[in-house]
Design a protein around this ligand. Structure first.
Ligand SMILES: CC(C)(COP(=O)(O)OP(=O)(O)OC[C@H]1O[C@@H](n2cnc3c(N)ncnc32)[C@H](O)[C@@H]1O)[C@@H](O)C(=O)NCCC(=O)NCCS
Ligand SMILES: Nc1ncnc2c1ncn2[C@@H]1O[C@H](COP(=O)(O)OP(=O)(O)OP(=O)(O)O)[C@@H](O)[C@H]1O
Length: 179
């Protein structure tokens, strides 16, 4: 039996925190940003030819301000990323897949969880990570196709409250999971 949960949502909403909850419950964790990074380095020749660099921060500034360039980068990275995902999820088991742009990647899951919170909260949380505010806004502009779907978790509040919500979802899930 295979069961997949997709955790989606915009930057800094709490996807990793939510995914980690399921990882601790025994789900195999797959992070599409990490898969993207692996593929990125395997395609560095192609990427250098397109951008004149393979520095991720420099490319980040280009693609999140120029939609056509983001599309070109995605055209290089997304097909091999999806292939890797397919290989990683071949076997039966419980999987939690963290993917901000799950819809754009056309990943299908048994259950989707969308994590949301206000823009102010996103900015506050990412400031702790040292992420530049205007860059976060640029990334958010490129995430307008991330829509609420499946179970929506509002994560504007404390980690304790988030955990309570997740325990409730998990309790329902364990009653419905086929194993
Ligand atoms: C643009 C790149 C080089 C920037 O790398 P960098 O290390 O600076 O940032 P990181 O990967 O941590 O991403 C920063 C934030 O942007 C988000 N993000 C990444 N790619 C995209 C995208 N194509 N569309 C919208 N948001 C994205 C991430 O989820 C994260 O919240 C890198 O994100 C990338 O190669 N993106 C294309 C691959 C992709 O689509 N990955 C998303 C998988 S969910
Ligand atoms: N309810 C909460 N209360 C306080 N801090 C939180 C809460 N949820 C998440 N955080 C913190 O906010 C930051 C962003 O959370 P997280 O990394 O889970 O988001 P993300 O959506 O995975 O981000 P990214 O898009 O960058 O991958 C982290 O430092 C995390 O510890």
């Amino acid at each position: 039996m295979k069961y997949t949960i997709c955790v989606t949502g915009k930057i800094g909403t709490g996807k990793s925190t939510v995914s980690n909850f399921f990882k601790e419950k025994g789900f195999k964790y797959i992070n599409m940003d990490e898969i993207g990074k692996e593929v990125f380095y395997s395609k560095s020749k192609e990427i250098k030819a397109l951008f004149g660099t393979d520095n991720r921060k420099e490319i980040s500034k280009i693609v999140f301000t120029q939609k056509d360039m983001l599309k070109k980068l995605e055209q290089i990275l997304h097909p091999p990323m999806l292939k890797k995902l397919e290989n990683l999820t071949q076997n039966n088991g419980l999987y939690v897949i963290e993917a901000a742009i799950k819809r754009r990647l056309k990943i299908t899951c048994d259950l989707t969880i969308t994590v949301t919170c206000s823009k102010d909260v996103i900015h506050k949380r990412l400031a702790n990570r040292g992420l530049n505010k205007s860059m976060v806004d640029k990334i958010l502009e490129n995430q307008s196709d991330i829509l609420d779907e499946g179970i929506i978790i509002r994560n504007d509040y404390s980690l304790e409250l988030l955990n309570e919500k997740l325990e409730k979802i998990f309790a329902i899930l364990t009653k419905t999971l086929p194993c």
